[in-house]
Design a protein around this ligand. Sequence first.
Ligand SMILES: [Zn+2]
Length: 476
Amino acid sequence: MTRYVTVEPDLLYDGIRVLDGGKLTFDESGTLVDPSQILDDVSTTHLRFRNKAIVPGFVNSHSHAFQRLIRGRTHEKAALREDFWSWRQMMMTAVSQLTPEELYQVTYLAFVEMLLAGYTTVGEFHYIHRQPDGSPYDESNYLGKIVIQAALDAGIRIVLLRTATCRSGFANTPAEGGQRRFVEPDPEQIFNDLECLQNYLRRTDDPCSRMGVAPHSIRAVGASELVRFHAWAEKNHISFHIHAAEQPAEVEASLTHTGLRPVEYLANLGVLSKITTLVHATHVNQYEIDRIADTQTTVCVCPTTEADLGDGLLPAGLMAQKRIPMALGSDSQAIIDPFCEMRMLETGERLRTGQRICLGGPSAHDNGTSLTMPEHLMRSGTVAGSRSLHPNVVENPSLLRPGLPADFVVVDLHHPSLVGCSRATLIPSLVLHGAAGAVTDVWVQGKRRVSDKTHRGYNRGVQNFLTVCRRLFETP
Ligand SMILES: [Zn+2]
C-alpha cells in the first residue's frame, strides 16, 4: 500500500503566493503530489501544524562548510590593518591541519546547523583536495566524497561544486601553507576527477547529491581552462560557479595581468551564461552589470560574510533593475541564517543608497511578473538559489508544487520575531524581521530532518566538533 504524508499549517507559502489553510501531500519517494490524484487504497499520515507557517526550504548557494571551524577566532586586531587577506591567512592555517576525519566532523556540524536554520540545499564550493604537503590522495575525489557523505548523513541536499585551482595565483608561484591542499596543476587530472565524480554520483543515484564545476577564480585558473571547464559543465547540464570581484585588490590584479576587470574578462571569454553563477560580484561597473544581465548569469551574494570580511556592498538595486537573479550564500559561516542573508541584501542597499524599499520590480523568474521587495528577497533565498545550483529546472526544489521534491520548512508564528503576522504580512515579516530561531521543523526530499527544533545528530556532532577544536586550538 502506498503511503502518503499530508502536512497542514495555518499559512502555506508555495513559493509564489501565501495561502490560508493550504496543505502539502507527498509520497514515499519524497515527491509532492496532487491530493486529488490519490486513489482510495492508501495510508496517509496527517500532521497538523497550528500557529505555524510552511515555506519552501532555503537554498545556500555558496558555502565553505569547514570554515565554520574558525568562527569567533578571527576578530583580534593583530596588525594595523585587518582585512580579507589577513582573515584568509587564518583560514589557510586551519586548512593545513585538518585530517579527513576532522573535515567530516566540522562539515557535518555545519550542515546540521544549516538544517536547523531552515536551509534544505547547500552548494558546497569544495576546494580541499590534497594532503597537507600537497601530494594527492590515492583517490583524488576522496575529500569531495567525504563532504558529500557528511551532507547525506546530516540530511541536507547537496550540490558539490567541485573546485579547480590550477595555480596559486596570477604569478603561479609555488603554493604554500594551506593552499598546497587546493592546487592541482594538471587540468587533465581535474577533468578526469570530474568524470569520476559524476560516475560515482550516477552510481549512488541519490536524488539529494549532485555536482557542479567551480574554477576557483580567474587568478587560480587560466583562460583556456576556464573555457574548457565551462564547456564541460554545459555539456553535462550542470552548474558553473566562480568567485569574482569580491575585493578591490582582486580587480587591480586582474587589470594588471589581463588588462580587463574580472567580470569583463569572464564575459570576453564567453563563460557568462545561464549555467554560470558569479560568487560575490561586489566590485562591478555598469558595463559588467550589463554583460551579466545580457547572458542571464546568476550572482550569488553572501551578505553576512561580505560584511564580516569588509568586502564592500554590491550594487544590488542596479542588478535588480536589470533582472539579474541574485542567489544567497552563507560562504564563511560567520552566520548561518537564511533570514539574515535575505534581509541584508535589502538593508545593505539601503545603507549604500540612503533609501528604503530598494529591491523588487520585474523578476528574472515568474515570466517577468513584478515582485514586491519582500517577494524579491524570498525568491533570492529560494528560487534564485535553486536556479544557480540546478540549471535543470525539473529538479528545482524551491517551489511547493506536485512533481517537485518535498523540501520545506515550518516556522513558528508565535516566535517573538513573528508574533502578530498575518497572511498579508507573512513574507515581509519573515524576510525583514524573522530569524533562524523561528524554524521548528525541516523536511528534505520528504524526510523530516529537523523535528521540533531538534536534529538527531546534533549532540554527537557537537562532541565531535569540540574534539577537533581541542586538537587544533588547544594543543600546547
Ligand atoms: Zn567562497
